[in-house]
Write a protein that binds this ligand. Sequence first.
Ligand code: TRP
Ligand code: SF4
Length: 423
Amino acid sequence: MGYHDTPERPESSEVKLSNSVAHGERILSGMRPTGRLHLGHYHGVLRNWVTLQQTHDCFFFVADWHALTTAYEEREIISQNVWDMVIDWLACGVNPNLATLFIQSRVVEHAELHLLLSMIAPLGWLERVPTYKDQIEQLRERDLATYGFLGYPVLQSADILIYGAAGVPVGEDQVSHVELTRELARRFNHLFGREPGFQDKAEAAIGKMGKKAARLYRELRRRYQEAGDDEALGEARALLENQQNLTVADSARLAGYLEGGGRTVLAEPQALLTHAPRMPGLDGRKMSKSYGNTISLREPDAQIEQKIRTMPTDPARVRRSDPGEPEKCPVFDLHRVYSDDDTRQWVESGCRSAGIGCLDCKRPLIEAVQSEVAPIREEAEALEADPEQVRQIIGDGCGRARDVAQDTMREVRSAIGLDYRPR
Ligand code: TRP
Ligand code: SF4
């Protein structure tokens, strides 16, 4: 792909959410431990987490089982990456006093919900998730013809539903997974949100109303269910409120029966699309480990300098005396992220008039990136020296996560009818 085929312009470095979730509500997100985090993770995800933790009940976790779905043979790598990643999160300002931080595989309830959801997940839905075929194409050197890989989004659904998350911050590529999560929740509620014999009990309750009221109830229910007539729904609810001879339970049943469903056991989450600017890498493409164009969050100053000094520039600027065009230069993309208007103007006129050299142009960037990374790197080094503290943070987080997950699983087992007792 040629450089600047798609001139994506980061408008501002502010992070926005397209669909906001009310303050205090639960937000959940996971990250696969795929290696050292870099500036792309910081600008794309972590700064957003740090903001969200101030206003929401945030659960952030290491999706180590998800990493296994595509890298099942890389045991040591995954285990090393898990701790490195947690340290990077903390070093960037993710705060364990505000957010719950945990590791997926340490809350085994995720696996139980994944199993139960897999019973009702239609194969066609999974095969149609766009990331399924894309990933198989992209990782052709790996054998992804596995049961676990097909189930990747079912596991993700379990991650989300087990915490009753209202919002899930994700990148564009993950929106289809949140959509699948919503569909699985709806299907689960439809299948299991009813008490045994719900329909019979509802019909019996109708029989307890007077003949005229019963006829009216059926008529209104039909109008709502067949034609989506909201007025009919309102009238039917009012009718129920005025029925003196119905028990509370029967009245609740008939209210549920109106809309067709029963109880909501699993809540449908919202995808929160992160509008972070695309973080340009050292070659102008998106910063990504697979392109080898990253600056890591632990990069030493000297290496930051070296990497930026050797960045490619506008290829038309061969000699110092040749004028250049910032719009055709990956270095200028970094100025869009790191520099103020004055500096950018200085670059634009200096480049076009050959008034500045490329190294002059890169100098303020080197300094800006160094001063962004230095405190993160230093904090990470301090945490590396204190593994006990990191273990403690994750231990606490796993405990809190487990409490929530266990509550949900009790509800889920009972809804499915798995809470058998000897009769
Ligand atoms: N699939 C996500 C990714 O690759 C990681 C993930 C796993 C996740 N479970 C999740 C993200 C639950 C949000 C919510 O980025
Ligand atoms: Fe790129 Fe700056 Fe050199 Fe112009 S002066 S080509 S913007 S590095």
